[in-house]
Ligand binder design. Structure first.
Ligand SMILES: *Cc1c(COP(=O)(O)O)cnc(C)c1O
Length: 388
């Protein structure tokens, strides 16, 4: 094969062979401090002499990728959505196999496990990553063990159990689940899919950038991304960086990190240059994080490529969720609706002719409790239409 892939440390630049045992840079990870984003995140680096199709840029042979309905999601314009930009696109990831963007990472991790004869994958999750890995593992004949905080949204836990995953409920927060899952995967020599920690999570999520390039014919001018741990954001950047490296595009898009006011770690770090631990509290559970695991890496990309960030309130998120449903027929979960909320806040500052993409990262059916805050149920039930 003419394409070579290696891991390269995003901090010290040291290169490593890609193996299932290696997750973070053995040198830089020694500097890891409690309550800080992960140190020593590894990036996949490619070299190729004859590249015909950008989709060849994956760190294993294509034949390992299971044939599942993941990615290749629709990009569409919603005619009745309040926009102001004729080129406003929704990148609709609600239709992935398990209903969220997380499937893009899970499918690559599952392929990697199959290639290396690994039978079980372990991860900590606040909900979507767990239910995603559970579903993809089920479809690939693999076992998934998921550490979920006991406060995880019920539908996401039900989904993981329905797929037959081994769900371990943790009496603590996501950070505790993260640590326990690592301890477990190391003790039993199992593959971890913890987000940001496993380099293939960033690499898997980059597929969205490749698709956008194919669907638009170029990089869009703006991409709005809902941000929690910052792995989707990092994946978006990684994909466009690969496209740039191999000459498919000439310039990077402006990526806008949208965060909830109650979970602003990466936005704050972009303003202040450092990470301070917060106690996340927002209706958008999928972007609620105290410590963004991919924080250092995500911040570096935002700084390097003139990225921007914006905060949105829970009220703005819920309004955006309702509007997406009512005017585009797209029922997205609160975290996914944050993209649209962020766009609405920033649209005046964006050139009228710009192409703008909103990443819609998960379906609203996974969290109906949040959606019920903006709807009114019928007060009575009728037996005859005369009662209406
Ligand atoms: C995980 C998730 C996000 C945020 O992704 P990060 O990589 O944690 O920043 C956004 N929306 C949905 C629906 C998610 O599940």
């Amino acid at each position: 094969m003419s394409i070579q892939s290696k891991y390269i440390c995003s901090e010290c630049g040291k290169e490593f062979e890609i193996t299932p045992k290696l997750m973070v840079c053995p040198i830089c990870s020694q500097k890891q401090k409690d309550n800080k984003p992960l140190r020593g995140i590894l990036e996949v680096k490619y070299s190729a002499d004859d590249l015909f199709d950008i989709e060849e840029l994956i760190p294993l042979e294509h034949s390992w990728i299971p044939d599942l309905p993941v990615g290749f999601t629709p990009l569409w314009k919603a005619e009745y959505l309040d926009d102001g930009h004729s080129q406003l696109y929704l990148k609709d990831d609600t239709g992935n196999l398990t209903g969220s963007f997380k499937d893009r990472a899970s499918i690559l991790v599952a392929a990697f496990a199959k290639k290396h004869g690994i039978k079980e994958i372990v991860l900590a999750s606040t909900g979507n990553a767990g239910s995603s890995m559970a579903g993809i593992a089920a479809a690939c004949g693999l076992k998934a063990t998921i550490f979920l905080p006991k406060t995880a949204p019920r539908a996401k836990m039900v989904q993981a159990l329905q797929y037959g995953a081994n769900v371990i409920s943790v009496d603590g927060n996501y950070d505790m689940a993260f640590d326990l899952s690592l301890e477990y995967s190391q003790k039993h020599k199992l593959l971890s899919r913890n987000t940001a920690y496993n380099p293939l999570t960033i690499e898997g999520k980059k597929s969205v950038a490749i698709e956008l390039y194919k669907q638009i014919g170029d990089a869009p001018d703006y991409v709005f991304v809902p941000v929690g741990d910052g792995v989707i954001l990092s994946g978006v950047y990684k994909g466009f960086k690969d496209l740039l490296q191999f000459g498919f595009i000439k310039k990077m898009p402006i990526v806008v990190a949208v965060q909830a006011e109650g979970s602003p770690a990466i936005h704050d770090a972009l303003k202040s240059g450092q990470f301070t631990k917060c106690s996340a509290d927002t209706v958008a559970d999928s972007i609620a994080v105290d410590v963004p695991r991919c924080g250092f890496y995500a911040l570096k990309q935002l700084q390097k490529f003139n990225g921007q960030s914006v905060l949105v309130s829970d009220e703005e998120i819920l309004m955006a969720q309702k509007e997406l449903s009512e005017k585009a027929g797209l029922f997205a979960e609160p975290a996914a609706s944050a993209s649209y909320a962020g766009y609405k806040k920033m649209k005046k500052a964006i050139d009228k002719d710009a192409s703008v993409v909103l990443l819609i990262t998960g379906t609203g059916l996974k969290d109906i409790d949040s959606a019920t805050k903006k709807i009114v149920f019928p007060k009575t039930s009728i037996k005859s239409i005369k009662e209406i």
